[in-house]
Design a protein around this ligand. Structure first.
Ligand code: PLP
Length: 441
């Protein structure tokens, strides 16, 4: 009997039969296991340390709930992600609100729930102070409001020591929008320390993110960050209790690298040892006490957990090419279109089927709906189920729909159990937000 693609104990073809396609299927235990492994890995090498979940990576309430049950606090960009996190049972004091354009309403929400605000710029610091003052006067919320200052640094260590990508990464960081320069941070620290009745400055935030799939560049980034923290201590006297180092770890399938052939990616134990080893050593060398370190990991916690199931509609052989037309449009994996992510595709009921030569995998919409081109793929026929692997990170966040096609359902699998956690969109859903003005009615 051929080896089947399984989601936990359920064959993927059975899920496709029962819930229809296109269908995202998430393994609950893959999420739990990855979280537990990651937490154990960081705790083995540093103390104290927490692993938060960056809910942007997969914002489905059930996923956030699983990780809340595991004890993961979280990163949240704005009211929607805060709302999901609170509803999933994450306490406000285990949430961090990030973002470069937080509204006064978002800051109010943060102060109301005791969420730590990662302040992004001097204007926002003043806005947070105003909101905290109002909360104090009116007697609501958590005042002084907990806050981090987000740093944007020139990354000299990354530039000099990460070979060969360092200079390019360091340049790219400077073109990102987030955070205070070191000089701006100095003023912000002084301003925050001058308003202790309204603001509790807990420490700093620095997220370099995923540029390459190697832990050594996170280690270099940590040396840059601690260098800045030490200079800021010398200038202001401020010693942070917390350092939030963001996310950016890779995971085995690594679709973001653009390489869909099997390649080595460091396991979480190695990321933890290399990054936290460098961080601890840098704090010790700078004569700074080791603060609580918070990770905000997204992709590495959920990326591997999910498959996207599609059904082959037709196979066409034309001019020496084999076209496999499926019901999954490429916009469901939007980062493959805009950022070059590459996903691996398999035939669900026969994982070991030999390649029948290159295939052009297509979706159903009116653009060049290419899922994979010139892709070595087994023989398939109308009705077969095929699957993209490792679609757990950022696919839900970014997916779009062309030709007014309804977006797929998402099913959560735990052992033999499977349940819908996002219902399939209907054409009525797609049309529901359209309005006609009087003059067109
Ligand atoms: C502030 C912040 N924290 C955490 C993350 C999660 O990063 P990743 O999914 O690469 O772990 C992101 C991603 O963009 C982010 O912007």
């Amino acid at each position: 009997m051929a080896r089947q693609l399984m989601v936990e104990d359920v064959p993927a073809v059975e899920l496709a039969e029962r819930f229809g396609t296109p269908l995202f299927a998430i393994s609950e235990n893959a999420v739990r296991e990855r979280y537990r492994r990651t937490l154990a890995a960081v705790r083995a090498v540093y103390d104290p340390v927490e692993v938060y979940y960056a809910v942007k990576a997969n914002p489905i309430l059930a996923v956030r709930r699983i990780l809340a049950q595991e004890g993961a606090g979280g990163d949240a960009f704005g009211a929607g992600e805060v709302g999901t996190s609170l509803r999933a049972g994450v306490p406000g004091e285990k949430l961090v609100m990030n973002g470069q354009a937080k509204t006064a309403e978002w800051l109010e929400l943060a102060v109301r729930h005791g969420i730590t605000v990662t302040v992004d710029n001097p204007g926002e610091l003043e806005l947070l102070l105003e909101v905290a003052e109002r909360a104090k006067q009116e007697g609501w919320g958590h005042v002084p409001a907990p806050a981090f200052i987000r740093l944007k640094l020139p990354m000299g260590e990354v530039r000099a020591t990460v070979k060969p990508e360092g200079p390019e990464i360091a340049d790219r960081v400077l073109t990102t929008v987030w955070g205070f320069t070191e000089d701006e941070a100095k003023e912000a620290v002084q301003r925050a320390l001058g308003a202790p009745d309204r603001l509790l400055l807990r420490g700093y935030h620095h997220h370099i993110g995923y540029f390459i799939n190697r832990p050594d560049y996170h280690a270099a980034a940590m040396r840059d960050v601690v260098g800045a923290i030490a200079r800021l201590r010398d200038a202001t006297g401020f010693v942070p209790d917390v350092l939030d180092v963001g996310g950016g770890w890779a995971y085995p399938s690594d679709p973001e690298s653009g390489d869909d052939t099997p390649h080595e990616v460091a396991p979480p134990e190695e990321y933890a040892a290399v990054q936290l080893g460098a961080l601890g050593a840098a704090f010790d060398a700078a004569g700074l006490p080791r603060p609580l370190v918070i990770f905000e990991l997204g992709r590495s916690l959920v990326g591997e957990s999910t498959v996207l199931l599609a059904r082959v509609q037709w196979v066409k052989e034309q001019y020496g090419r084999r076209f496999v037309i499926t019901d999954v449009q490429k916009h469901l994996l939007l980062r493959a279109c805009i950022e070059g992510y590459k996903y691996r595709w398999v035939k669900a009921n026969d994982l070991d089927a030999p390649s029948a030569g290159p295939a052009e995998l297509f979706g159903p919409t009116c653009t060049d709906d290419e899922l994979a081109l010139g892709y070595e793929f087994p023989a398939v026929e109308r009705g077969d189920v095929v699957a993209a692997l490792a679609c757990g990170a950022y696919a839900q966040t970014f997916n779009a729909s062309l030709n007014s096609m309804a977006r797929p359902a998402v099913v959560l699998v735990n052992g033999n159990d499977a349940a819908i956690v996002v219902r399939r969109e209907t054409v009525d859903d797609v049309l529901a937000r359209y309005e006609l003005p009087d003059w067109l009615a």
